[in-house]
Design a protein around this ligand. Structure first.
Ligand code: BG6
Length: 567
């Protein structure tokens, strides 16, 4: 494809032309105006771009553009479930649409309900129409895609069902569709162990992967409900499969903006140089949600905000933000660094939890002109429940880079808006010159990584307000994904499914990582055990959490910076 962009350069810098010769350019067109030289460059698929400077957009592609994927069958356990129709099938449909899936491949759904291939396909199509990220479903494409989808009825607890699953898998003509198997466990966590055991007994899963074939298991969260149960589950899974065959999902790692954290930190000199206790005052990680628990009361009563959000999404984001540079970009090196970071989080005593962790539960409140019920009034929730729907905490990382820098994490349901972001708050300038004259009204620099929505990065610094008076105020430099790359943002599950098929575990949680994250959360849970919520720990739906959360920061002279969404 011919790709033309225009580069305009100042005449005095004409020598840049010489350096351009070192690229493999197919065509260069040059023409001059009075003081500018315009160059139009065609470099195959790679673009050179500049609007009014000499800067080039040097695109660096890591590895091949397309994932190396081998023909396989994706077996979905929990085929009738919400996750399958809401996330998995739309993700696979889009991967198919973008020709990212291997050829040939098959999807085989396994569940207890009685369905035919056709009735399951019809159900999935309805789900796709509802949840697809692309506005309309291409029906011709769907028809082709649907031909790769099959249903197998079976009971998860019945070994015979796995044996008959094997018979049905073995019917494929292509050996790779029989033996390259990705088992996606979209089922209740209490069934993970049993399912994996039966897979092994039915000889569908082999720990000694032989020859060119592979079998992998993708496990949804929650992975255990505390450290000991996660450890037990790990023991049980690794009895039947190697750690390298196990892909533990945290869908936050599939988000573009979360993947960009490492790129941002380790491909930019200017930011990483400042990424230390010398420059950073504190870091805030906020994952706020506008929705209440809705119909998920039963699950939430068991989980609470700590298990549902902190143990996984927030600690994952924190580990990417704070980890040391890995020795290489391979999955093990990256995960080694994340684990080290999680292990460096300062352990808390019961007193620390009391002073550094805040919990909250929403009571009724108005949101967008509608009355939201209190958590205790939600379906399947006990009217005396003490489960937290909000949590905020101050963590410290005891290592060379971060010693003394607070990491504030918070998450909650029924907050004023849905937004996830990381705010890196830099230290104030010395109290001289402008700062001395501004008397604490000079804001410190801040860098905000907006994970969702309004995906992008914002750098805030002070500038002079134009005019004869000397007035300073914060101004912003913005990077927006939409403006820079267009609105295309693949769903997290697309990336994760593709990586699992390709056999790259970088975006999945390793055994020691999951256990290290539970350690942080377990201490907090233990300290809360048997302690009913006090009046101060409730917050009204539609507010930013209990007052105690503001006090938590206030004690150190900090304050929460709430996300702002631009429409
Ligand atoms: C899930 C939690 O893991 O993440 C939900 O179980 C939460 O309670 C969801 O709503 C948030 O994900 P996202 O991608 O909407 O931020």
């Amino acid at each position: 494809m011919l790709c033309e962009r225009y580069l305009s350069i100042d005449l005095s810098l004409f020598q840049v032309m010489i350096s351009l010769e070192s690229y493999e350019l197919e065509n260069i067109f040059i023409w001059c105006s009075s003081d500018l030289v315009f160059i139009s460059i065609d470099r195959g698929n790679n673009m050179i771009d500049s609007t009014d400077s000499l800067d080039e957009l040097l695109t660096c592609r890591l590895g091949a553009g397309k994932r190396d994927v081998q023909p396989c069958t994706i077996v979905i356990f929990g085929a009738s479930g919400d996750l399958t129709s809401r996330k998995l099938i739309p993700a696979l449909y889009h991967l198919y649409k973008e020709k990212q899936l291997p050829q040939p491949f098959r999807i085989l759904g396994f569940a207890r309900r009685d369905k035919s291939d056709d009735s399951w396909r019809a159900e999935l199509l309805e789900g796709l129409k509802k949840y697809s990220r692309s506005k309309s479903v291409d029906l011709a494409l769907w028809t082709q895609f649907a031909e790769t989808i099959f249903y197998h009825r079976g009971d998860l607890s019945d070994l015979e069902a796995y044996k008959s699953l094997k018979i049905s898998l073995d019917q494929a003509e292509d050996d790779r569709l029989k033996k390259n198997l990705l088992f996606y466990l979209a089922i209740s966590p209490s069934q993970f162990s049993e399912a994996v055991q039966h897979l092994s007994e039915a000889r569908l899963l082999s720990k000694e992967e032989t020859g060119d074939h592979w079998q992998r298991i993708v496990v949804e969260k929650p992975f255990g409900h505390d450290g000991p149960s996660a450890h037990e589950l790990n023991e049980s899974l690794t009895h039947h499969a190697h750690e390298r065959q196990i892909y533990r999902i945290d869908h936050y790692l599939g988000k573009e903006t979360v993947q960009n954290i490492m790129v941002f930190r380790f491909s930019n000199f200017i930011f990483e140089e400042l990424w230390t206790r010398q420059s950073i005052d504190h870091i805030q990680i906020t994952v706020s949600e506008k929705l209440g628990v809705g119909s998920r009361g039963g699950y939430y009563e068991e989980a609470g905000a700590l298990r549902d959000m902190v143990q996984n999404h927030l600690l994952q984001v924190m580990s990417l933000i704070a980890m040391e540079p890995p020795v290489s970009l391979n999955d093990e090196s990256i995960r080694d660094e994340k684990v080290k970071l999680l292990q460096s989080i300062r352990p808390m005593t019961e007193e620390d939890v009391a002073s550094r962790v805040v919990r909250g539960q929403y009571f009724a409140g108005m949101m967008d002109g509608e009355m939201r019920p209190a958590y205790r009034q939600e379906q399947k929730v006990s009217p005396t429940s003490n489960v937290e729907t909000y949590s905020a905490m101050k963590l410290f990382v005891d290592n060379w880079r971060w010693s003394g820098v607070p990491f504030y994490l918070r998450t909650g349901k029924n907050l004023p808006l849905s937004a996830s972001e990381v705010r890196v708050q830099f230290r104030p300038v010395p109290n001289v010159l402008f700062a001395a004259q501004c008397q604490h009204n000079l804001d410190s620099n801040a860098l905000t990584l907006r994970l969702q929505p309004n995906e992008g990065i914002n750098l805030r610094f002070n500038g002079k307000v134009p005019g004869n008076s000397s007035e300073l105020r914060p101004v912003s430099m913005q990077f927006s994904y939409d403006t820079e790359f267009g609105a295309y943002t693949p769903e997290a599950y697309e990336r994760l499914l593709l990586e699992a098929v390709a056999g790259d575990a970088t975006l999945f949680i390793r055994r020691d990582e999951v256990e290290a994250a539970w350690k942080v959360v377990d201490t907090i849970r233990k300290a809360w055990e048997g302690k009913p919520l006090s009046n101060r720990e409730f917050y009204s739906a539609g507010t930013w959490g209990p007052e105690a959360a503001d006090e938590l920061l206030g004690r150190s002279g900090h304050r929460w910076r709430n996300p702002v969404i631009h429409s």
